[in-house]
Structures are given as structure tokens and as C-alpha cells.
Design a protein around this ligand. Structure first.
Ligand SMILES: Nc1ncnc2c1ncn2[C@@H]1O[C@H](COP(=O)(O)OP(=O)(O)O)[C@@H](O)[C@H]1O
Ligand SMILES: [Mg+2]
Length: 253
């Protein structure tokens, strides 16, 4: 079945500050879109609004999955619909063992997706181990505490691990490339290429073009002052790399 994530004329903000000024975006399963833009243009805000972060207020517009509005759904209900957000700055959660943490999240999602059924921990363990192997992740990671003492590259891979375990269909990655050295960048880019599939729609938010040396997106969108001002194919990102955002700002202001 094909499906899509639709952002329809979204106006939103936080604490009486309006940040998004009419964002329109449609991402179909099978597609990977990139959202770029200067700092503070509203990219992370859009990610939070899609996930239903209660701190953000929506003034106008709609967000739909497979044609149905999700605006009235809580974040965990949105996750049950297949939405997933990897955060720009993952938290250290001291004292939570990684395997237990993921089992916990997985169980909750499983019950939401399969009412009346219970998840199987042995099945989950197998899935977890398979993914560790695929990501070339040391299996000792499962007994370590969540993100504590993880290097930058390990944290990003931990996010990808989480993503693969939960198997979402609508994925938002907020600057997974920030602060990575070249080797970690390649691992993360590889992992993103691995999760691309006809069953998944991906929105990759990035400030820099360099991750796009390894990932060829279907569409590129440039956000300026809370609005997508220019969209194009992957060559648009190359143009930004060469000319920066100034030429778009001049056109808009
Ligand atoms: N919690 C918050 N409280 C007040 N203003 C915020 C908050 N989060 C973000 N903003 C403001 O919203 C604007 C957009 O921020 P953000 O969505 O993080 O941009 P980007 O991800 O493109 O850098 C910025 O001006 C930022 O200062
Ligand atoms: Mg941001």
C-alpha cells in the first residue's frame, strides 16, 4: 500500500512566537526529502510540530498520514501510526540500560499497533541482535546505559538502531549529521541509505550539504523564515553549497 505524509498550510509557534508561516510539504512512501535552511528558520520546529510536541501551538493548517488528520493524536498515537523523530540532540538518560529502554518503547508501540496482543521478548531480542550486527555495533552496547559515554558517532548509530527496531514508516531525522567526523558521517549516511525503502517516507533535515555527498534525495526544500521558499531536485543542494542562502533571501525579502 502506498501512503503519504502531508503538511498542509501549517502555521505554528511556541509561547506566542509565530515560527511557521504556511508550510506545505507532501512526502510519499519511497521518497527521501531534504529540508535545508539557515539557522533559526524553523526546521526543528516543523519536526516537533509533526510529532505533536505539546509545547508547540498550531494556529492553522493540517497534518495528515495516508489522508487522515493526525492533529488530534498524542505523540505516542502518532508513533503508532508509524511516525518517528530522531532528535538533533539526543538526551543522556542515566541509569537506563539500552536494551530495556528499547524493549519498553517497542512494547508500548506494539500494544498500540496490535490491540489485545502482547509483544514477545525473544522475538524482540532476535530483531535487536540482527540490527546490531547490521550496524556493526558492539553487542556490549545493549547493556550500556542509554547514550551515557557514547561518542558522537555511537549516539547517531544508536538513533538509527532505535529507528530500525521500531520500524517506522514516516521518519524525520533532524540534523543527524551535525558534529560528526567524516567516518561517523559515512556510517550514518550509510544507515540512512539502508532505511530507504518503498515502504518508508523520510524527511532529512540538515544544515550542511556535505551529508548529501553520500545520499541522493528525491527532493530538496529550502526553508526561510518559517516557509518553504524554494524546492528542487538534488542539484538545489549543490547550488546552496556553492552560493549559500543569500540568493534565496534576496529573492524573498
Ligand atoms: N523553545 C523555544 N522557545 C522560544 N523560541 C524558540 C524555541 N525553540 C525555537 N525557538 C525559536 O524559533 C525559531 C526557529 O527555531 P528552530 O525551529 O529551532 O530553527 P532551525 O531548526 O531551523 O535552526 C528561532 O528563532 C528560535 O529561536
Ligand atoms: Mg534545528
Amino acid at each position: 500500500m502506498s501512503g503519504k505524509l502531508e503538511i498542509i498550510d501549517i502555521h505554528a509557534g511556541i509561547e506566542d512566537k509565530k515560527i511557521l508561516n504556511g508550510v506545505n510539504l507532501v512526502i510519499r512512501k519511497g521518497e527521501l526529502h531534504v529540508l535545508m535552511g539557515p539557522n533559526a528558520s524553523g526546521k526543528s520546529t516543523l519536526a516537533h510540530v509533526i510529532m505533536g510536541n505539546p509545547r508547540y501551538k498550531i494556529y492553522k493548517g493540517d497534518i495528515c498520514i495516508d489522508g487522515e488528520s493526525i492533529l488530534d493524536l498524542a505523540p505516542n498515537e502518532r508513533a503508532a501510526k508509524g511516525l518517528f523523530l530522531a532528535f538533533q540532540y539526543p538526551l543522556d538518560i542515566d541509569g537506563v540500560n539500552y536494551f530495556k529502554f528499547l524493549w519498553n518503547v517497542y512494547s508500548k508501540l506494539y500494544r498500540l499497533r496490535n490491540p489485545g496482543k502482547e509483544p514477545d521478548i525473544m522475538e524482540f531480542k532476535k530483531k535487536f541482535d540482527d540490527i546490531l550486527e547490521k550496524l556493526k555495533f558492539d553487542s556490549a552496547v545493549s547493556s550500556r546505559y542509554l547514550n551515557v559515554g557514547f561518542s558522537g558517532g555511537e549516539r547517531k548509530r544508536a538513533e538509527v538502531l532505535q529507528l530500525l527496531v521500531l520500524d517506522p514508516q514516516y521518519i524525520i531525522l533532524d540534523e543527524p549529521d551535525t558534529g560528526l567526523d567524516i567516518d561517523s558521517l559515512k556510517i550514518v549516511a550509510d544507515a540512512i541509505n539502508t532505511i530507504r525503502s518503498p515502504d518508508r517516507a523520510i524527511l532529512l533535515i540538515t544544515h550542511y550539504q556535505r551529508v548529501l555527498n553520500y545520499i541522493v534525495p528525491d527532493r530538496v526544500h529550502i526553508m526561510i523564515d518559517g516557509k518553504i521558499e524554494v524546492s528542487g531536485d538534488y542539484t538545489l543542494a549543490q547550488e546552496i553549497e556553492k552560493k549559500g542562502y543569500e540568493w534565496i533571501l534576496e529573492k524573498v525579502r
